[in-house]
Every structure is written in structure tokens, then in C-alpha cells.
Design a protein around this ligand. Sequence first.
Ligand SMILES: Cc1ncc(COP(=O)(O)O)c(C=O)c1O
Length: 384
Amino acid sequence: MTHNFDEIIPRRNTDSVKWDLAGPDVLPMWVADMDFRSPPCVVKALEKRAQQGVFGYPLTPAAFYEAIQGWWQRHHGFSLEKDWIVPVPSILTALSTVIQTFAKPGEKVLLQSPGYNHFFMAIEDSGCEVVANDLMHDNGRYSIDFDDLEQKASDPDVKVFLLCSPHNPVGRVWTREELLRMGEICNRHNVLVIADEIHSDLVFEDFYHVPFASLGPDFQSKSITCSSTSKTFNMAGLQVAYLISVNPDLKKQIEHTLHAQGQLFLSPFATDALIAAYNEGEAWMQELKTYLFENYLFLREFVAQHLPFFKVTPLEATYLVWIDVSALKKSSKDISNALLKEQQLWINPGTMYGANGEGFMRINIACPRVLLADGLERLKKYLG
Ligand SMILES: Cc1ncc(COP(=O)(O)O)c(C=O)c1O
């Protein structure tokens, strides 16, 4: 390995959400942000831009689109056209924009629960109603209740389905068959699919990501995909993401909403960082994935040895591990509050991701192994 992911980079007092919202002794393993430096190519690109010292209104260069096209072709075997891509500052901007474009206040948006907490907020903040298709949990593995999805999608007030692929927080990589079935249901009921594929690069061996838009023309014309470099290369603070809309009519409507919001261009730092990451960050990402998976194995081994009454959900993608702590017979909120108070460990309660997240905790393992070991020891101490 050429990159040293074991290096501890002090992040306290750096205006970090993850570290500076936590108290001085708190070990934060909550928000999806890694304690690793972005790849050197990204840092170099930012330095080069800073050295020029002129920060006037930027254009989004052809290289931005080419970097995205190249990445998707190499990593997901999917050919994108430049005209399908719309730059946006973040996935959350993209989600809210798409919801507000295609669902009116009072109308409904489907999601799968447990689900990323900001999905709920983006829907409710847009004045829409959340409709949850609860995932089924069987023997530690999550699957989709297609009958329930069909029944909910058939409500004429449901306009959009917010799909998380791969899934945060349950760590599933949806198979082609699952994606096809979900897509067919949505098409049958005229529900637009927003595929949030922000976690699509951090997929582990034996699993592979199928882009929703690669399923075929019927699925392309009734879906919007969102992705970014922010999880893969740890650059959420740089605010760069993009939408993919194969259907020009949908794209036009989205661009109209973006313009109405005053979202006209990306920061040149954001643009340069994405170009560098996608064009030169491949080897770094492969090493990162190896390190993350070793962290996952470390956690699994620790739990098996010291906390055998917990069940670790198999991690197919992401660095967010979903642990069944129901054996403690306490609410996940109470556990997370007690961990924070007694052990200064911040991990998220499962109910942050929907009511059926009760009995689970989500732990972010994207940190040097020593910090992970520290977090796990705190968990063990809490249990006495
Ligand atoms: C599924 C999912 N979508 C979106 C985001 C946030 O993306 P952004 O920071 O680009 O808004 C996250 C962050 O954890 C996420 O897990």
C-alpha cells in the first residue's frame, strides 16, 4: 500500500462537523465523513488553483464532463453523454431540486426505510409527504418487500421514488434483478425514480454496482441519477456533485429549478478537485477500499470475540456498518445517549433512519484502525 491510511490527522478545531460538533473528548464515528486525507492529486489540484490567485466567475470546463464520463465508463461500464450531466454543489441540493421539480407540496415521495435521514428531511422540507417501503430484515440480511412497494407506488399522489443505491444505512448493493423489479413497478405507476448513487464506488469484492440508468431506455427516460466524488474521495466540504438525466425534458425542468434557485455555477476548486479525483485517484481508491474492508473485518472479529450478542449486518458497500443491538433490550436512542455520556463515543441510533431502525446502531469505520479499536473498546466498556 503506498498511501498511509493509519496516519492520524488531527481534525479537532478545524471547523469539522464530525469533530467540532463533538465535545473535546468525544470520539466521533457518526456522520459519513472519513478521517483520511483526500488523494494527493486532489490536494495538488487545489494548490494549483489557489496559487493562480484569481477567483473570478468560472466556467465548467469540458474536462469536468469528460472526467465523469471516463469514470463511469471504467468503473461502472456505463457510457454517459456529456449532455446528460448537470453539475450541482451537492447531492442534497440535487435531491431537493428534483423533488421540488416533480412533486408539488402535499404530494408524496416514496423511500425505503431504514433510509438515509436527509431523505426524510428533503421530502418534508419540500412540503411533501414521506411514504416508506419498509425493507425486510431476514437472518441479518435486508431485502425488498416488492408487494408493498407496488401497493405504495400505485397511490396516484406518489410522484417520486428516492432510491438509495447502494443503500445507506443497511449496506446492501442492489442486484440487477432487484433494480429491474423496482424500476418496473415505478414505470407501471408513472413514478419518477431518483437514484442516489453516491456510494457506488465503495463497493466490496463479490458485489458490483449496476447504475439504474444502465437498465435500459425505459428506465433511463423515467429516472434521474445523482452521484459525486464526495464519499469516495472524502471531499464533501468542497461541494461538488452532478445529476444525470438521459431524458432532455426532465433535464430542462431541473435546470429551470436550479436557475430559479440561483444555482448557476460550481466553485473552480470543486471542479478541479472532481477532475483530479476521477482522472488520477483510481489507485488511491483501490487502496482505500482494501483498508476499509480490513476495518470491517476487524470490527466483525472484535464483535464476535467481545460482543457476541450483537449482529453485524454484512457490508456489501459503504463504510457505514449497521449493527443489530436489539439484544440489549434498550432503545437505540438510549444506547447512543449513554455511549456519548459515559464513554464519549458518538455513533448514530438506528431510529435516525426511520422507526424500523430501532434496535440498530450505525457506526462509521472510515478512520485509522487505532481509532476504530478505540471506539470498539469504548463500546465494550459501556457494556461492562
Ligand atoms: C445516500 C446519501 N446521499 C447523499 C449524501 C450527502 O451528499 P452531499 O454531501 O453531496 O449532499 C449522503 C451522505 O452521507 C448519503 O449517504
